[in-house]
Design a binder for this molecule. Structure first.
Ligand code: C5P
Length: 224
């Protein structure tokens, strides 16, 4: 297989499948850049919430669409800045995730964020995680992985993550939110969440992070 000048590994999958952690580790092992595309949707969600705009209102939507194309977001290592303000923590709340998924159904919003995501493709390579990395944003990725896990396991992992931050987590609420988000992400007309034809599907319900990373690195090695 021919590898384009700047190779991309696309890791897509449902929420809380562990793709963010895995993608960052694979990128570090290969010395590649890393794109957390969900963070971009989440930053937009925070910007929309801060402006008090409602994506269900046609009037507000006319202001939200240009916000997507001109989003003043910057990544500094682990820190994410919106208009210079640190939003690294607020973008990780469940509210931001839910708003992100409501915005993500809008084709104009997705189009507005497309180039911003493609700009992350820089030498020597990129590992990108999201929902449509392999299908829309980087269709020429040399490796496409669809990382999934059962809803039960994903909700348990999300609970651990929240508790790890010293916050309280309600399993039932998280489970229902995750199911609602999966449904919205899978049923939307534009770039729905599903494995693309040339993706390798990896169910990591019973795998450790390390096992997942090793599997993806092996697949990458086989293609290089
Ligand atoms: O991956 P994460 O949970 O941070 O993404 C938040 C939301 O942003 C997702 O539920 C999804 O609706 C949306 N998203 C998307 N396409 C991407 C990344 C995220 O639609 N590439």
């Amino acid at each position: 297989m021919t590898i384009p000048n700047c190779p991309v590994i696309a890791i897509d999958g449902p929420t809380a499948s562990g793709k963010g952690t895995v993608a960052a580790l694979v990128a570090a092992r290969l010395g590649y850049h890393y794109l957390d595309s969900g963070a971009i949707y989440r930053v937009l969600a925070v910007a929309v919430e801060q402006s008090g705009l409602n994506p269900d209102s046609q009037v507000d939507l006319q202001q939200i669409i240009p916000m997507a194309a001109n989003l003043p977001v910057h990544f500094h290592g682990e820190r994410v800045l919106l208009n210079g303000a640190d939003v690294s923590e607020v973008i990780r709340t469940e509210e931001a995730g839910v708003m992100a998924s409501r915005l993500a159904v809008l084709p104009e919003v997705r189009a507005g964020l497309l180039q911003r995501q493609r700009d992350f493709r820089q030498s020597p390579g990129l590992v990108a995680d999201g929902r449509d990395m392999g299908s829309v944003v980087f269709p020429d990725s040399f490796l496409k992985v669809f990382l999934t896990a059962s809803a039960q396991v994903r909700a348990e992992r999300r609970v651990k993550q929240i508790e790890g931050r010293g916050q309280q987590a309600d399993f039932q609420a998280i489970y229902s939110d995750l199911m609602a988000r999966d449904k919205r992400d899978s049923e939307r007309a534009v770039a729905p969440l599903k494995p693309c034809e040339d993706a390798l599907v990896l169910d990591c319900s019973n795998m450790t992070i390390d096992q997942v990373v090793v599997t993806i690195l092996k697949w990458a090695q086989e293609r290089i």
